[in-house]
Design a protein around this ligand. Sequence first.
Ligand code: HAM
Length: 418
Amino acid sequence: MPRTEPIKAVRGVRDVIPSERPPWRAAQRSAAEVAERFGYQEIVTPIIEHAELIERAGEDTDAFAKELYSFVDRGERRIALRPEATAGIVRAYFERDLNQGPQPSRLYLMGPMFRYDRPQKGRYRQFFQLDVEAIGSASPALDAEVIEVASEWLHQVGLGDLRLELNTIGDSKCRPAYLERLKAYYQPLKARLSPESQHRLERNPLRLLDSKAEQDAPFKSEAPRITDHLCEECAAHWSTVRRLLDAAEIEYELNPHLVRGLDYYTRTVFELFPAGASGQQDALGGGGRYDGLAEAEGWPPTPAVGFASGLDRVTDLMSAKGEKVFARAAAEVVVLPEGELDVEAAEVARICRAVRSASVIYDAKSLTAKLRAADKLGARWVVMLTRDEASRRTARLRDMASREQTELPWVELPTRLA
Ligand code: HAM
């Protein structure tokens, strides 16, 4: 056999081992609980979609152009690993007739997303999102509602110290004229802009506003603001969203340079940061209204709004803050048989499982080593079994906290453990 290096995980992806799972479970449980409290129902969509669906959702977007994981399958179809959930959820909403039910359709999803980004802390190539969408209503109340869901959930997982940044980017009625103004402002400055921004000036001028390049910073403050150029409907929508957030006592900062990385947004856009953090890198979540996406996907025009939050960042932060999330025991009861009692030990564990989680340490080790292992598994009780006891169908039940120990028939275990 040729010797080879052990094969490690793919760059930019992570294993979440059992000891790291508690904050994930707490965050996911709480997300489902909060979303359902607001009347949102869980949807699961495939991880793979036609690459075209994703591309239609954001032709000019960096996330979609450079960062898409895609491949040609055996049937010569161009397939993409989803970089986000919104495009797929909108597809499912029409394809599975959710548009025929009560509107808006309130949906949430949790699952892995894939972006071929440069990996670093908080930025992974496979990451997990909580995604919340309200599809089929143009009401500004839904914009405020999804923000409230996000904020309520983050409070519940102990990350209530937040900064919510809010902006509007108008719609297809008022944005084109605004973009012309923006271009006219930046055109004479072109040579002094970063290469990325020079490129964006032609393709996606709105993104000039959220450039991170230092070189571009001096020009931003004087740039025309969309909030000064909204059409009547967008202006009314914008003021209602803010009024509703005020009524819900949700604090926000207006950021005229917030435009978001995806193309499909209209009107309200927002991002959530841990208080004190700066830079997009740290965003715990973001979203907005996307009234044009359904049409871009080839469906009837349908208004919608939503957000997504990165569970990796949320759980990293929960752990860093030492949020008290108690690790659940791997097993409440651990059965410790003498050697060659596998069949009997399995039966005892099966009996215990009627009332408690139970596992068996089969490997022949000393009893001391087995007790230590049971302790590491978080066991509250161990059930010790010798050959002699097994023949009498009895065992010794030991309470790990009090160290009390009693011999009893197997059939009595469930009553004693209940
Ligand atoms: P997004 O801003 O691209 O929006 O992503 C939302 C969140 O996902 C980010 O704020 C961040 O927490 C997390 N995230 C993004 N990329 C990564 C990464 N490479 N590693 C770790 N976490 C990441 C969307 O995806 C939109 N679909 C949100 C939306 C829903 N808009 C309307 N509905």
